[in-house]
Design a binder for this molecule. Structure first.
Ligand code: NAD
Ligand code: UGA
Length: 450
């Protein structure tokens, strides 16, 4: 099938290249000329494991190309995926300007019947509004369907090519048939497909993100109790996660969730509930807990460093999670702000996200060349992102580089015993702290990384 993908961001690039690898001819379009130019030169503007290689292959075999001309792409394609951003709107909910603009343009220039596939995350009801809008803009039949994207940054290609499920939302049998045709190679491999109404598909995406964010906030809230009473939230995680009704995923306590989606999608859901006159008691708490978690982490660091003038904090990790250079809504921002307000100085390092964070934080902090550079002379280390290279550090060497002794493991990802054996004071999230030289009594041998 000839497919246009509008938007060459995380979702557009991953969907575009994966659809090409399923055998479709894909034109990926972006309004950002510099982005398209660099993609044509083989430079992928985002860091996502495996993406560059896959794009190179699909471009070489002629199934994938990049363009700024959305009119041509839409005319040459029977199906148009909309993968543009849906950022938070000022008054709450989503700003759907990019989505409506792209859809209207595709409809106005349609040279025959088209299917518009909404890949962007939208609030329930958007597809119906969009269907009315494009019906007015074109004399041709424009089918609007929803195909929510569940990929995670860092494992995006695997999530697209080996999905837990694929959701089709449509208002007609024709819409479902088009989506089936597109995904037939994955259907043939046995991946689960669920067809439903457009509203249900839109809401499924909303509900999935809110549920995942809620699980994290649930564990983060409990981590504060664990910390106080001397329980270990990592033991609790394993203890409840092995219950088949609960499941193990997304129960990891930490510094709070970030990323371009959980914060904005939870906020948009809260907003939509309010617009229907229902106070979202549970949903409102998800973001509040998340913010408090970041503040508690920063406060714990400042409390431990009390008495030191302008304490030096080595900040390990800036991206909102490992395996990405994405810093959108990264917990690092609020933590940096709180530490600076508390009088700390910060030297930071991230394997992929340095350039992106510099654009926002500028010269308020110092940027290091690597872990050792960030750590030299530090009073404390704050681990914000669980990059593998942080987990495998030689703690004997790290201890020698430091001036102070405090390590704040914001992701419960370090081998606590190794940190304390190196003479350092290990602080975690919802786990008993370990003083220098202390072991962890009653360890269940839990693998806490990941
Ligand atoms: P992004 O900001 O990385 O990319 C969006 C791209 O669309 C930008 O490059 C922008 O220049 C381009 N664009 C905007 N208007 C355009 C137009 N009219 N024509 C062509 N290009 C245009 O966004 P993203 O992270 O890829 O997210 C896209 C959507 O997918 C959002 O709704 C998001 O909530 C959803 N989503 C994101 C993820 C994720 O992991 N990032 C996962 C699932 C769903
Ligand atoms: C998330 C969802 O997992 C995807 O299914 C969804 O498609 C996507 O949002 C989206 O709609 O954009 P993503 O934001 O890429 O994916 O990353 P996640 O792996 O979900 O992590 C989000 C945040 O939660 C990160 O800051 C991560 O560190 C944090 N997290 C995750 C925890 O604090 N604890 C956990 O147990 C899991």
């Amino acid at each position: 099938m000839d497919i246009a993908v509008i938007g060459c961001g995380y979702v557009g690039l991953v969907s575009g290249v994966c659809l090409a690898s399923l055998g479709h001819k894909v034109i990926a379009v972006d309004v950002d000329e510099a982005r398209v130019k660099s993609l044509r030169e083989g430079i992928v503007p985002i860091y996502e494991p495996g993406l560059s290689e896959m794009i190179k292959n699909e471009v070489a075999n002629g199934r994938l190309s990049f363009d700024t001309d959305s009119v041509r792409a839409a005319r040459e394609s029977s199906t148009i995926f909309l993968a543009v951003g849906t950022p938070p709107a000022k008054g709450g909910g989503y700003d759907l300007t990019y989505l409506y603009t792209a859809a209207e343009q595709a409809a106005k220039n349609a040279n025959g019947p088209k299917t518009l596939v909404i890949k962007s995350t939208v609030n329930p009801g958007t597809g119906s509004k969009l269907a009315k809008l494009v019906a007015k803009a074109s004399t041709h039949r424009i089918e609007v369907v929803n195909n929510p994207e569940f990929l995670r940054e860092g494992t995006a290609i695997q999530d697209f090519m080996q999905p837990d499920r694929i959701v089709f939302g449509a208002a007609s049998a024709e819409g479902i048939a088009t989506l089936r045709e597109i995904y037939q190679p994955l259907i043939d491999k046995g991946f689960a497909i669920f067809s439903m109404s457009r509203e249900s598909a839109e809401m499924t995406k909303f509900a999935a993100n809110a549920m995942l964010a809620m699980r994290i906030s649930f564990m983060n809230e409990l981590s504060q109790l664990a910390q106080t009473i001397g329980a270990d939230i990592e033991s609790v995680r394993v203890g409840i996660g092995t219950d088949a009704r609960i499941g193990p995923g997304f129960l990891k306590a930490g510094v709070g969730y970030g990323g371009s989606c959980f914060p904005k999608d939870v906020q948009a859901l809260v907003h939509q509930m309010k617009t229907i006159g229902v106070e979202p008691l549970l949903l409102s708490g998800i973001e509040q807990v998340n913010f408090r978690q970041k503040m508690t982490y920063a406060k714990n660091i400042l409390d431990a460093l009390k008495g030191i003038e302008n304490p030096a904090v080595a900040l390990w990790g800036l991206a909102f999670k490992s395996d990405t250079d994405d810093v959108r809504e990264a917990p690092a921002f609020d933590i940096i702000r709180a530490l600076l307000e508390g009088g700390a100085t910060i030297k930071a390092y991230d394997p992929q996200a340095m350039e992106n964070i510099k654009k926002v934080v500028g010269n308020k902090i110092t940027y290091a060349k690597g872990v050792a550079d960030a750590t030299a002379g530090a009073d404390a280390i704050a681990v914000i992102t669980d990059w593998p290279e942080f987990i495998t550090q030689d703690w004997g060497k790290i201890a020698k580089l430091m001036k102070g002794k405090h390590v704040f493991d914001g992701r419960n990802c370090l081998a606590s015993g190794k940190v304390s054996a190196a003479g350092l004071h290990y602080h975690a999230i919802g786990r008993p702290e370990l003083k220098p030289g202390e072991g962890r009594p009653g360890s269940m041998g839990i693998v806490s990384a990941g």
